[in-house]
Every structure is written in C-alpha cells, then in structure tokens.
Design a protein around this ligand. Sequence first.
Ligand code: ADP
Length: 189
Amino acid sequence: MRLVFIGPPGAGKGTQCKRLVELLQIPHLSTGEMLRSVKRQDTALSRWVASYIDAGKLAPDHLVMRIVAQKLQSEECANGALFDGFPRTIIQAQLLDDYLVENGLKLDMALELRVVEEELIQRLLKRAQIDGRADDNYETIRERLHVFRTQTAPLTEFYAAQGKLESVDGMKSEQEVFAAIKACVAKHS
Ligand code: ADP
C-alpha cells in the first residue's frame, strides 16, 4: 500500500506514522527527516536547506521530489510506502503523481489528520521544551501553520477529487486516532 499522510505540524502525524508502518510493514518516508539529515551535513546544499527549515518555509518542490524519488527507487519501497509530510504543495502532489504514473505505480489513499490550530500551538510549544527542535519556536510555529493552511491544506481537495481522501479527527486519544486510521486503511486495501 502507498499512502500520503497530511496533517499540520503538531497533529501527531509522527506518532501515528510509527504505528502505521509497523502495521503495514512498509517504509516510512518523512521528508522532514530527510531534509534534517541533509541539514546536518556541512555543505552548500545543507546551508541552503537550513535557510528554509529554520525559517519555517518549505524547501523547493523539485529538490524535495528529487530526494523522495531517490528513496522510491530503492528495493524496499517496491511494495509500498508511507509518505509523511509529503506532498506539501499541489505542485509536489502533481510531481508525485507523474513519478508514480511513469513508474507504473499508484497511490492508494491520502489520509488527513485534523486538529484545531490553538491545540497545535500548545502541543508544539510543549514539544519545543522537551525536544529543543530548532524550528519549534513561537515565530516559526506560526509561520509553519500559515504555510500549512495556505499551501498544504488545499491538497485535501486535490485528493478528494481523485476519490482517495480519508479524514480522521486528531483531537481524540492516540489509540482512538489509530483505530480510525486502521478503519480507513481497511477501506482502501
Ligand atoms: P512539521 O510537520 O512539524 O513542520 P516536518 O518534519 O514534516 O515537521 O518538516 C519540518 C520542515 O522541513 C518544514 O517546516 C519544511 O521546512 C521542511 N519540509 C518537510 N517536508 C517538506 C516538503 N515536502 N516540502 C518542502 N519542505 C518540507
């Protein structure tokens, strides 16, 4: 199974993705993780990537697609993958669709995790105290939420038009959210 996981920063995507990849036995492709790993190197590219991440802005679409495509070519992605934090723009969604068509593959489902904005800010500020992630500060959080609202949220319509969208209420407990996700997976398997 190949699925896209859409949700604002702080919605609990990371936690649910871990459970989901274990259940489905597919690789977890987190573009946030991939970009942070590029950022940790000391190259011109890593400094360029850092300038986007640290400001809460999206990295360029074609760069992200290139990184994802490299992963998709590996054998372990032959039978499926969970895309976490990708696509994040309509252009990325189109690039992914093109890539999949060209390679004779398809996307089975787009899963949306919904959480209200006030709750997201609280959760992210708490995470900032615990993990100390550089982009979890108030200004960057506001910017990332704005970017989500304007650039990523429209993806739900894009996938609804393809009949692939499922929405889950992310305000419930971790267990309840996962149960709802499992029901969506069963529907599209
Ligand atoms: P969060 O969902 O909490 O913002 P992520 O780990 O998914 O965390 O992303 C962190 C940052 O990495 C984003 O703010 C952005 O700068 C960059 N990033 C991640 N995925 C993408 C993507 N698909 N396209 C562009 N930039 C991305």
